[in-house]
Design a protein around this ligand. Structure first.
Ligand SMILES: Nc1ncnc2c1ncn2[C@@H]1O[C@H](COP(=O)(O)OP(=O)(O)OP(=O)(O)O)[C@@H](O)[C@H]1O
Ligand SMILES: [Mg+2]
Length: 415
């Protein structure tokens, strides 16, 4: 389970450390930075898929994703005594992303490409990556350390160099190919690769989920929901079929979901509801009904990942369906760490009732995304100032400050 996430210099997020629990609900008004937080987590996941540099280039390059405000917002700027303005930079400009889990932590630091005459000016360079043991970074707990082209792995009391020519445009996960030389690297890569993101299911009239599709075993629903019927049939055969029936009738009392097997090997869905003389095909379902069924197929996967991230799952669902969706998410959070980004008050309220639920309420102050529950913590001096300030505040803030102070990303501040 991830215990904290740290983001530095990504869009509206100048410095943010979020302590995480088994169920995390990210909320906040429009423009507060929910999607930026979601995208930052996706970028972290891309490091293990070989896509972080391309994704940043697709966002317009690092210069466009860097925080567009001043390096520090002084107390004078906050009180309105001074205008918001930038000064000479003290730190090199880096995008830093990192997380800690109960066993391992990982951080990556990206910077602008050095002048090389290359045409690929949007591609950022990976400056440093670290993997450490335990929930907090300490120099003594470093297991794998990449600085520029050099990747070192700790071995007993010394360091083994496993690569001296790591490409600046790919993560150390892609640069080191021998699993035997750095098992921690491969363990971490596989862990990050197994994170699952659901952002937008297609439910328009041409959506594949509405049509018959090839029926092949599908333990993991595709992120756009194209293999819905096969995923549902897989749950019926090797997953929790009772939960499938329960969660459908929780949202649609008296309704029944069936998977139709066509002669040519394709599968499609059939949905019978009270009051109708015949069942409806996928093409006839309302957007909201189809979307709820897609969430059921995604969440009741027979192959649960360690982390599942759901972006605005309420989209096109009637508010009456949200309590049922919340119960479905709560069921899943017993075996998988879940992130829900949402601004549907009924969904948030239902999820927040759970004792393990952690509410992360974002707000934007001076253009900067802050966590109004846990506090935002900046680079070392700001963190210490805040820590003192927080000592009188709630425990969550203190925990977040401490975490930032000790986190690898903070240490990354001195990369
Ligand atoms: N490089 C940048 N530097 C500073 N702020 C930025 C940068 N890029 C985008 N932003 C700000 O981030 C905000 C958008 O954040 P985001 O899309 O995450 O909001 P949201 O909480 O998801 O909102 P909604 O509920 O409307 O989807 C915008 O207000 C925009 O001004
Ligand atoms: Mg958004």
């Amino acid at each position: 389970m991830l215990t904290s996430l740290s983001i530095n210099n990504y869009r509206s997020i100048l410095n943010l450390v979020i302590p995480l629990g088994p169920l995390n609900v990210i909320t906040g008004p429009n423009g507060s930075g929910k999607s930026n937080l979601y995208r930052a987590l996706r970028l972290l996941a891309e490091t293990a898929q070989g896509g972080v540099v391309n994704s940043l280039a697709a966002e317009g390059g690092l210069n466009s994703t860097f925080w567009a405000g001043p390096e520090n917002i002084s107390s004078g700027m906050r009180s309105g005594e001074e205008p918001i303005q930038g000064g000479p930079r003290k730190d090199v400009v880096r995008l830093r992303l990192g997380f800690s889990s109960e066993d391992f932590g990982y951080s990556i630091s990206l910077g602008l490409p050095s002048e090389s005459g290359s045409a690929f000016s949007l591609d950022p360079e990976i400056k440093r990556e670290c993997i450490w043991a335990g929930p907090h970074f300490r120099p003594a707990s470093l297991l794998v350390d990449r600085k520029g082209p050099l990747v070192r792995v700790r071995s007993e009391r010394s360091w083994d160099v496993v690569s001296q020519s790591a490409s600046a445009f790919s993560s150390m996960f892609d640069n080191v190919v021998d699993p035997g030389s750095a098992p921690e690297l491969f363990h971490m890569r596989e862990a990050i690769r197994s994170w699952r993101f659901y952002d937008h299911f297609r439910t328009d009239k041409d959506a594949a989920a509405r049509k018959a599709q090839l029926g092949s075993r599908t333990p993991v629903l595709h992120h756009d929901g194209r293999d819905l019927a096969a995923a549902l049939q897989t749950i019926l055969e090797i997953g929790d079929s009772a939960a499938l029936t329960e969660t459908i009738s929780d949202a649609f009392p008296g309704a029944e979901l069936e998977i139709l097997r066509h002669e040519d090997g394709r599968f499609s869905i059939k949905f019978s509801q009270d009051g109708l003389l015949r069942s409806l095909s996928g093409a006839e379902l309302s957007d909201g009904t189809l979307r709820y069924i897609l969430w059921v197929a995604a969440l009741l996967t027979p192959r649960p990942p360690p982390l599942m991230v759901l972006n605005e799952p309420e989209t096109s669902l009637h508010p009456d369906l949200l309590p049922a969706l919340a119960r479905l998410i709560l069921r899943v959070s017993e075996r998988t760490q879940v992130w829900v980004v949402s601004h549907a008050s009924r969904l948030i309220a239902a999820l927040s009732e759970h004792p393990e639920s952690r509410s992360i309420e974002l707000e934007k102050n001076f253009g900067q995304t802050e966590n109004c529950r846990s506090g935002t913590i900046g680079c070392t001096c700001m963190a210490l100032a805040r820590l003192r300030e927080c000592r009188t505040g709630n425990d969550d803030r203190v925990e977040a400050c401490e975490m930032w102070r000790r986190s690898a990303v903070n240490s990354g501040g001195r990369f």
